[in-house]
Design a protein. Sequence first.
Length: 560
Amino acid sequence: MKKVKIYLITSVVLIGVILSLSGFFWRFEKSVLSRYLKDEDISASQIVVVTLTEENFRERELWPWGSNWLDYLITYILDFKPNKLVLNPDFVESAKDIKGFNKFLQNDKVIIPFAENIKDLKTEFKTHMVYGKENGLLYSFTNYKDMPSVDFALKGDGERAALSKRGKFYFLLQENVRVVPASNIALFGMLKKEGYRDNNIADLSNSIVFLSKDGGSLPELYSFLYALLNHRTFSVLPVEFTIYIGIFIFSIVCIMLKSLKFKHLFIIFSLIFFGWFAFQRLYFTISRNYIELIPVSIFALLALAVVVFEKEYNSRVCKKERKDTQLARLLKEREVLPNAVLSSNGALVSVNRYKMDFVGGDFYQFLEFSKGELGVVIGWVPGSGIERVEYIMEVVHSWRDFASVYKEPSKVIQVLNNSMFRYAEQAKYATLAYVLYDAKKSNLRYVNAGHDPLIFVNGDGVVNILAAEEPTPLGIARDVPFKEEEVSVKGNAMLIGYSGGIAKILSRSGGITDKFLGHLKDCLKDKRERVTDDIFKEFLNYCSKKPEEEWSLLTLKITA
């Protein structure tokens, strides 16, 4: 699952990056951004454009004025007390042109951009802009410090675009800018004593007046000036930052939704999603920096898809695991584990088992022989699922077959080990203890093949720990010399075997101590037929924690 998850996350992040870089959704972004800008309340100074024709310049006249028509025009405009009067750079392209404006150079209301090639003239331009031929009047505006309401300088010389992605600095082209022909002002100057009035000319008062020729880049020029004066310029964050923000949102969504249930998943995602919309609008309003909405939203939706896919995948895996667990438990209980109680020739075998969500590797088995002999085996197998149970079945069934033929513990374990060696390449093995009780001879013969020690409490009070002489489990190597041991049974005795979770908690609690064994001796005095429950209680009282794995606790109680 980890590899699948890594591949999935990598793929969706790449999809988000590709979509962000493609600019495929920019047309929609433009409409959203335009709505943001049009929703704003504009209360700053307005612009009035006064236009002159090419004939005015070519013939050097503006009726009814003569050759000094430009001086008259500027003087009349200043009479209306505009906020500023900005001249188009076309008026000032040479030193001769500058000298013609000497009378206006020290007027704070007149802004005369001049070209780079004449900026070294020994003339003071305290209120004037430098006009760079390569960058145009827009460059001049952004580098002029005394313009009203303009408190920043534009960085970089990139092309200024009208709501496009060609540069990093943007403004909207204005559609309803007031335009007054210069001829109307000249007519007003001549006829004002006769009561001539022109409402458009009255707009010159308290406005930014832009004196320019008709045509050319006039709409772009006055739109940019308008945007600067009204704080309507804005920036679009570079796509690299948009991708970083998208990946950040992707991570936040994945982390927050990962632990939620399906019924809460879409509610929390909706809150995050609309929270992102609100943040994007608020951030633009405050900083005038626009974060592209769709690419980041795509990252958020891809994160939701990843979480949903992961939850669906995990749900199906869990269902499959539950089915496998049910099948494994059914096979184990039907094919491996016999009835938990068996009485034979003065011997009572009882088993206490603890089940958990997953099927453990513990197992036990009984086999009655003729002549008062009883074989008991207890063991443990590593692994999980059905494969673990199938291996247990193989071990148990093989043990029964070999025990029915050879019976003797050493021979049975030797043959069983060599038989199970065929699974060695699959890293499968089993720990196992086989005990053969002979009621006529009153003895126990056993072989411990790497299993946990058995506890034998004899009738005279002596306790024997039946540990493995050879710690090698079954199936690891061929022809392992498993040693058979024998213990005499004196009076009432009890054999205790355990596996799985009990072995782990016993090892954590310091192993088998004399105090613990003393409590087990008391259980032997119990006259009840079933003492396994009492022994298990002693295990729990002695150990600090309950078992974390399925286990089997087997007792073989022998009455003389």
